[in-house]
Ligand binder design. Structure first.
Ligand code: NAP
Length: 443
């Protein structure tokens, strides 16, 4: 592939350059003129993405020719510096052509096969979740199968039309790129740099499916922790509803439905915060138990535990969020009612203190609730007070952590985490400094 854009030589200076050079922008901010020697890029399609792409390409110093089925209708939507013409004409001279149409319309471009032969096609498409599940073959691979004489590069699909138009910002500068042809990949990477983006080499076109899944994953690391927090909230809310609203209504004919939006929510939030906080520490305890049982740290944890360990930060932050919400709600309640949760809340809010917060919360809940847990009047519909339920996981975590402090267990765990194996060749005695165990811990 011989495509060598002149802009490639300017790569090192591109970062210092303003994204929209002033001489390209006319008074009403539509983009006016591009120098004749600028490299030419083609775009098939005249939709939202094509328009934003054309704007960015023109402002980055490229000549743009847009191929539309109806150029007359769409020409007015593009910067005046971009040429809008019929598809056949648009693809005749550029070496790189962006395909800004949806997958289901790729086959309608087959009539252009002869003109496209030997050129680079950049597939920018994103499937919907359903399409992604439906097709085993990525959109880019499908495009490559329709145009075997072309080189397909997958790129720019993670960049929205809005970002293209507004210009890259720190958070969304990365452009993953993949192709089976390194030359073509390099050419598109250089274009991305010229446009102010940061190319990320994703390897061969086989990675296209993975790239097409990227925009489908909205805040991936938060999905499970958020669902977990929501699930806990629903469970505790239902439980508190039965105890605080339904039971008085059924057995005492008292209408306490007014409690639903504030009081029941406020009773639920600290429970969720408290249990979530303990769930930050539980996977560490399980991981340590597994390591002790296996006598090595070189066995993979089961996938579910691995994921749980990776999501601890998000779970902790959600715990903090619930505690903060509880604090907010407490302002809406008379001090008398909110007082009972203040200490738990205070402890949970100190999430930076992590485990100390968990211990303090548990001690508070135990001292506050010890006698109440045994009062018959506290059992509504035979259901124990909510705080007794919330104690379960934190108590398991704290007891397990306490067990791990026993010298013969902690020394064994420390050795395992420094590479010792029960059945392996590596045998050594642990350094006397026990803090090393913490420093080498992977959980
Ligand atoms: P759009 O606004 O619907 O534009 C699609 C364009 O495809 C139409 O304007 C049409 O232009 C062209 N086209 C060519 N052959 C066609 C046919 N047989 N039937 C219908 N249309 C045909 O969509 P878009 O938002 O620009 O998205 C285009 C591609 O970019 C998609 O693959 C999308 O996944 C991808 N993408 C979009 C964004 C975004 O933010 N919008 C972000 C990343 C990726 P003519 O009528 O002029 O031929």
């Amino acid at each position: 592939m011989s495509y060598q854009p002149a802009v490639a030589t300017k790569m090192s200076r591109e970062m210092d350059k303003p994204l929209i050079s002033l001489h390209l922008v006319d008074s009403d901010t539509s983009l006016a003129k591009v120098p004749d020697e600028a490299p030419k890029v083609g775009i098939l399609g005249s939709g939202d993405f094509a328009r934003s792409l054309a704007t960015r390409l023109v402002s980055s110093g490229f000549k743009v020719v847009v191929g539309s089925r109806n150029p007359k209708r769409t020409a007015g939507l593009f910067p005046s510096a971009a040429q809008v013409t019929f598809q056949e004409e648009a693809v005749s001279s550029p070496e790189v052509i962006f395909v800004a149409v949806f997958r289901e319309h790729y086959s309608s471009l087959c009539s252009l096969s002869d003109q496209l032969a030997g050129k680079i096609l950049v597939d920018v498409s994103n499937p919907t979740e359903q399409e992604h599940l439906q097709h085993r073959e990525s959109n880019a691979e499908y495009l490559a199968s329709l145009f075997p004489t072309c080189t397909v590069v997958k790129a720019f699909n993670v960049i929205s039309a809005w970002t293209l138009q507004a210009g890259p910002r720190d958070g969304n500068r990365q452009v993953p790129i993949c192709s089976d042809q390194p030359e073509a990949k390099r050419a598109v990477s250089e274009m991305a740099i010229t446009m102010g983006f940061m190319p990320v080499d994703m390897g061969s076109l086989a990675s296209a499916r993975e790239m097409e899944a990227m925009p489908l994953r909205l805040l991936p690391a938060w999905k499970v922790p958020t669902l977990l927090a929501l699930g806990l909230f629903i469970c505790f809310y239902a439980y508190n509803f039965v105890r605080d609203v339904l039971q008085p209504y059924v057995q005492e004919s008292k209408n306490k439905f007014f409690k639903l939006p504030v009081s029941v929510v406020n009773t639920t939030l600290p429970c969720v915060a408290y249990v979530l906080l303990s769930l930050v520490y539980l996977p560490g305890v399980l991981a340590a138990t597994l390591q002790l049982r296996r006598g090595t740290k070189y066995h993979r944890f089961p996938d579910w535990l691995d994921h749980w360990l990776q999501h601890r930060k998000q779970i902790g932050l959600l715990s903090f969020f619930c505690a903060a919400l509880h604090a907010l709600y407490s302002f809406c309640l008379p001090l008398r009612r909110s007082h009972r949760y203040d200490l738990v809340n205070l402890a949970v809010k100190q999430s930076s203190l992590g485990f100390v917060a968990l211990v303090l919360s548990t001690l508070h809940t135990l001292t506050y609730g010890w006698t109440r847990a045994f009062e018959e009047s506290r059992y509504k519909f035979y259901l124990p007070p909510t705080f007794t339920l919330t104690l379960l996981v934190p108590c398991v975590v704290i007891l397990a952590k306490a067990l791990f402090l026993l010298p013969f267990i902690s020394r064994r765990l420390a050795r395992i985490r420094r590479g010792w194996e029960r059945d392996g060749a590596i045998k050594f005695t642990l350094p006397t400094d026990n803090s090393l165990a913490e420093k080498t811990s992977h959980v």
